[in-house]
Ligand binder design. Structure first.
Ligand code: PGA
Ligand code: ZN
Length: 438
């Protein structure tokens, strides 16, 4: 008996034989955590933690060293946690049991949000584990992840998520030059991912030319979108609408606008300070202003229209425009299943941003996504403003059948790494490619 158990164990190709943590660099020149997981079958998975700049207070903790070196942002403690406690707990476990792996990590840290281990350590290991399993079975990560009914059949078409792509960066990603954090386009009329990116690249060029013609072209913001040298938020919306038209595309039918207001960055307690316009709005005034924009511009999506603590504001905004556009909770929902359930019950959002590092593990992120889909809410898998060459989110968005995917602009390699991976996935599907989720 003992011998046969040992034999089975030896045959378990997905048994974890190695876990290691490494210190790497992200797109803002800050250190970040890389994890590598190796299985008995020779599968190797690697993942890097991203980092936000406009973070929700309910997110898993991005553990930094503090002190004076590198502005206190070093991650040697988080890396050491991977090489110490996390490694010790995972060696010998079955990597193919992702929930079991993530539970083992959770059991090491009883705090809310992994404040001891670091959510940057846990998410890197959790993602690396899933890559290791996929590699052991020699399949793409998205294929390994797609356990859902609509993707299982070899015959069935695989749909790709609709991208939201940044043209102008703002808010915390551009020293608050304008209040809105992200001005993006959504190529709703594109028939493939490849076509979607072609359209967006034309819009990016047109937007750059618009700035250039006015002497306003001054480089790019954190996610590669043009630096927002605008006098008002509305001027940015005008410029974006013109850029869509100048690119030869039709607003609404072919391309919509998506905004991430990221209002937690400039308001709380129902008071919102518009820096550029030098005025303060209450929740009702902010909701009215944004709803007015929805009437005037080809807007299809607005994220975090009010601050993370403004539950009433979220509900009011969703009541006002939720039947026409996506109302997305990012800082408001922080990829947390319980918050998603509450938002569904109170109808205070209709779409959930899914950022694995907000949750800290793949299993927790998946629970938030499942809660959204169970409640007929849509999901958008998202990268962060601080990124790397890691392409995990591209695979999650396809494998988990999310409605959308958001990774920043169409420039800078940490962004195009994801878009190029989406193109590879689309090409690999061949006849099975089912176009974009609309
Ligand atoms: P962050 O920004 O990664 O800085 O939080 C992205 C977002 O708010 O969606
Ligand atoms: Zn956001």
């Amino acid at each position: 008996m003992a011998r046969s158990i040992r034999f089975e164990k030896q045959m378990n190709k997905t048994e974890i034989t190695s876990v290691s943590g490494h210190r790497r660099w992200d797109s803002r020149g800050r250190p970040t955590v890389e994890a590598v997981v190796i299985t008995r079958g020779g599968g190797k998975g690697r993942a890097l933690a991203p980092a936000g700049a406009s973070t929700g207070s309910g997110e898993a903790v991005d553990l930094r060293d503090g002190g004076s070196t590198l502005d206190g942002l070093d991650v040697t403690r988080a890396v050491a946690n991977v090489n110490g406690r996390i490694r010790d707990a995972l060696i010998g476990l079955d990597a193919s049991d992702q929930a079991g792996i993530d539970a083992a990590i959770e059991s090491l840290d009883p705090t809310q949000g992994f404040s001891e281990l670091g959510g940057n350590a846990t998410v890197a290991v959790s993602l690396a584990n899933s890559w290791a399993v996929a590699d052991t079975h020699r399949v793409d990560l998205w294929e390994h992840l797609h356990d859902s009914d609509d993707l299982t059949s070899q015959q069935s078409k695989v749909m790709l998520p609709m991208p939201e792509i940044q043209i102008f960066g703002g808010g915390a990603h551009a020293h608050r030059r304008i209040d809105i954090q992200d001005l993006m386009v959504v190529p709703v009329g594109a028939s493939s991912f490849a076509e979607a990116l072609d359209w967006v690249a034309e819009i990016y060029i047109a937007a750059g030319r618009w700035l250039e013609d006015r002497g306003l072209r001054m480089g790019v913001a954190d996610e590669g979108g043009w630096w927002p040298a605008f006098d008002t938020n509305q001027q940015a919306l005008e410029a974006l609408t013109v850029a869509i038209e100048s690119a030869g595309l039709t607003p609404v039918d072919q391309v919509g606008i998506a905004l991430d207001i990221a209002a937690t960055q400039f308001g709380s307690g129902g008071r919102y300070r518009l820096g550029r316009e030098d005025r303060t709005l209450d929740t009702g005034e902010l909701v009215d202003m944004l709803a007015g924009w929805v009437d005037r511009y080809p807007i299809v999506s607005i994220e975090d229209p009010v601050a993370e603590d403004d539950h009433e504001g979220m509900a009011s905004f969703t009541r006002t425009v939720g039947d026409r556009i996506q109302v997305i909770g990012d800082d408001y929902l922080v990829t947390d299943a319980a918050r998603v359930e509450r938002a569904a019950a109170t109808m205070s959002a209709n779409t959930v941003l899914i950022k694995p590092n907000q949750a800290g593990t793949l299993t927790r992120a998946r629970a938030a996504l499942d809660a959204a889909h169970r409640n007929d809410m849509q999901t958008i898998v998202s990268a962060r403003s601080g990124e790397t060459e890691d392409v995990s989110v591209a695979h999650l968005s396809v494998g988990w059948a999310s409605k959308g995917v958001k990774v920043g602009s169409i420039t800078r390699s940490e962004r195009t790494a994801k878009w190029n991976e989406m193109l590879r996935i689309e090409e690999s599907l061949g006849e099975r490619a089912g176009g974009l989720r609309k």
